[in-house]
Structures are given as C-alpha cells and as structure tokens.
Ligand binder design. Structure first.
Ligand code: COA
Length: 332
C-alpha cells in the first residue's frame, strides 16, 4: 500500500529575538523563573512595524522544503495549512500560500487543531496519498501568536511561553518501506477552557463589543496546571499507542519529536517513558512554544543537525488546546 514520505522540510522564524530579560522589562517576571518553569530562553516575534502574517512565514518555510524535495510550486497538488493564527479570520492562510507561490488552483485549506495541528495535518495528507488522490502535498505549520499576547503581569503565565515561526514539509508517495507508518488523533473538548482564546467567535455578540476587549476575551487564557497535568499523561499514552500499533519498542526509535510545549513537560514525558532526554528533541530554549509550527521547526533542525537518517524510526507527538493530542510514527 502507498504511504506518504517526507521528502522536504524547512523552517523560518521572524528576525526579531525577544529574550526573557526583554520580557522582564514589560512585566513582573525573570529569566530565572521562565527558564526554570519552561526551558524557554528566547523566542522570535514579528516586529510591530511590519505586516508579516502566518502565510508569509509559511511561504518562507515552504520554499526551503520544496527545494529539498526538488519540486516546484506548480507540482504541488494540495496545500494543508495548520494554524490557529491565520492571516485573516476569513479565509484561511492556505489560499494565500497558493496565491503567493503561484501554485495551480489546487485544494487549499486550514487545520485548526492548535498544538496538534501539524500532526493532524500530516494524518490528513497521508490519507490523501494513501488513497492515490494526491502526489505532492505541501503541509505547513505556521503561527504568529505574539500579536495576540498581552505582555502584562496579569497575562504573564502565557505571554512568556509562546513564539512565532513556521515549518513546512513536502509529502510524496513512498517507493519503499519508508514513510508515515501510522497516525493517531484524539480530543477531549471538556477541557476547551483550559487553553482558549474566546473571541472573536460566533459565540460572542456583538462581535466587536467594547466588553469583549475590556474583558480580554481576545487574549488567550490558560489554566497552566491543568494543561501540564494532562500533557504529561497524554504524551506518553499517544507515543505508546504509536509504538504498539506498529509492533515497535522505544529501543527501535531513533528520535521522539514532541510538540515544544514546555521543557519540563518533555522531561516528565521522558521520565514516564523511561528514555533519556537525548532521545527527546528539544529546541524550545530558542523559539518558545510555536503551536502548530513547533514540530516541523524541530524536525527541520533535527534533520539539519544530522539527528535523523534514512531508515530511522521517528515518533512525532503533540498535545494542546482542545484538548487535542496526536502521534505519528515515521520511518525516515
Ligand atoms: N513569571 C513569574 N511568575 C509567574 C509567571 C511568570 N511568567 N507566570 C505565573 N507566575 C506566578 C503565578 O502568578 C503564581 O504566583 P502566585 O503564587 O503569587 O499566585 C506562581 O507563579 C505560580 O503559578 P502557577 O500557574 O501555579 O505556576 P506553575 O508552577 O504551574 O507554572 C506554567 C506555570 C505556565 C509554567 C506551568 O503551569 C506550565 O508549564 N503549564 C503548561 C503550559 C503549557 O505547556 N502550555 C502549552 C501547552 S500546548
């Protein structure tokens, strides 16, 4: 049976670097607190004087991924764009990639599964390749979250964690046993208010009320403890699910690329699984949590650093708002 193989990967982040000390000038926090609780040392944010949207970063990442795969924009036959920070409320960012890159009039849509968005998108792309419907899929994970954050002491638990960035992959049919072996997707909507951004949305009327702004409904909110508690259960669970489904053990795995939520979460997950941190890729110290972009950015860097070689088993695992969680097993 056909399965999807990642033939190109790339990433892009805005130039502006914001350190923990920079944030400490805006709110009551410190480099020590942020480093100890999250592992984040710095993140990239778009500049306030430029109009960069999620699609712009996505295009930069896509250009690198396409060059590696040896495909041109005209070859792409489906665009899947994972984001919770699309350029506009309507339409999604995928169509902007189609237009900016001069692609054919192919299918293009966004996936809004938050931090699990990239793995959800990978699962969708894999199905299209397995059925034979598409052969050259561009999957992007891109976020510009800094513009929605409030850099105040009241919102500091969230403001210090998140960053902007994009990663992209090209998926094509595999001609051997390499490729996406499995994907597993999950959700538990009862936790939606533990990490959410209430407005604008169809629930809040009038849509542009002053109350909406006054109550900070347009700013993300997080119950950090609840997120942490669930993440350290769901990550190992969904990684184990991927292993069991494929008859693999952790000894077979070269690298786990978890969504970069928080270094402490990754440490707790590694401990529960009984693996060393050398098997758990981390670059959160440089980028913070970039939501749907974090896994493809990490994959791009891990590949560039020579940490993934042909034949390696790589496990992707994600957890985030919803709650949603997901994993993918890949033979590189
Ligand atoms: N700087 C300094 N102090 C901060 C702070 C910051 N950036 N953010 C919160 N605090 C304070 C709180 O106000 C609180 O102060 P208080 O005791 O005076 O009320 C104290 O630190 C403890 O807050 P709490 O929220 O209980 O801290 P915590 O130990 O749970 O750590 C997180 C906070 C956000 C780092 C932690 O809950 C976490 O990592 N959660 C998971 C978040 C995550 O991964 N989200 C993305 C998922 S995709």
């Amino acid at each position: 049976m056909r399965q999807a193989r990642i033939t190109g990967v790339g990433h892009a982040v805005p130039e502006r670097v914001v350190t923990n000390d920079d944030l400490a000038k805006l709110m009551d926090t410190s480099d020590e607190w942020i480093t100890e609780r999250s592992g984040v040392k710095e993140r990239h944010h778009v500049s306030n004087d430029e109009e960069t949207g999620a699609s712009d970063l996505g295009v930069q990442a896509a250009e690198i991924a396409m060059e590696m795969a040896g495909v041109s924009p005209r070859d792409i036959d489906l665009i899947v764009f994972a984001t919770i920070s699309s350029d506009y409320f309507l339409p999604g960012s995928a169509v902007m990639v189609q237009e900016k890159m001069g692609m054919r009039h192919v299918g293009a849509f966004d996936v809004r599964a938050a931090c699990s968005g990239f793995v959800y998108g990978l699962s969708i792309a894999d199905q299209f390749i397995r059925t034979g419907m598409h052969d050259n899929i561009l999957l992007v994970g891109a976020e510009i979250q800094s513009v929605a954050l409030k850099f105040t002491t009241e919102h500091r638990n969230l403001a210090v964690l998140f960053g902007d960035g994009a990663g992209a992959v090209i998926l094509q049919p595999s001609h051997d046993d390499s490729g996406v072996l499995s994907t597993h997707l999950h959700s538990e909507g009862s936790h939606l208010k533990d990490l959410w951004l209430p407005a604008p949305g169809s629930k809040y009327r009038p849509f542009n009320s002053k109350e909406l702004i006054d109550k900070d409904l347009h700013v993300p909110h997080m119950n950090g403890r609840e997120v942490f508690k669930n993440a350290v259960i769901r990550f190992p669970e969904v990684i184990q699910e991927a292993l069991d489904y494929n008859g693999l053990t952790l000894n077979d795995v070269a690298l786990i690329i978890p969504h970069q939520a928080n270094y402490r979460i990754s440490q707790a997950v590694a401990k529960r699984l009984g693996v060393g941190m050398d098997k758990m890729y981390s670059n959160i110290h440089k980028y913070g949590n970039t939501t749907a972009a974090s896994i493809p950015i990490a994959m791009s860097e891990a590949y560039a650093e020579g940490k993934i070689s042909p034949g390696d088993i790589v496990i992707l695992a994600a957890f985030g708002s919803g709650f949603t969680w997901a994993s993918a097993a890949i033979r590189w």
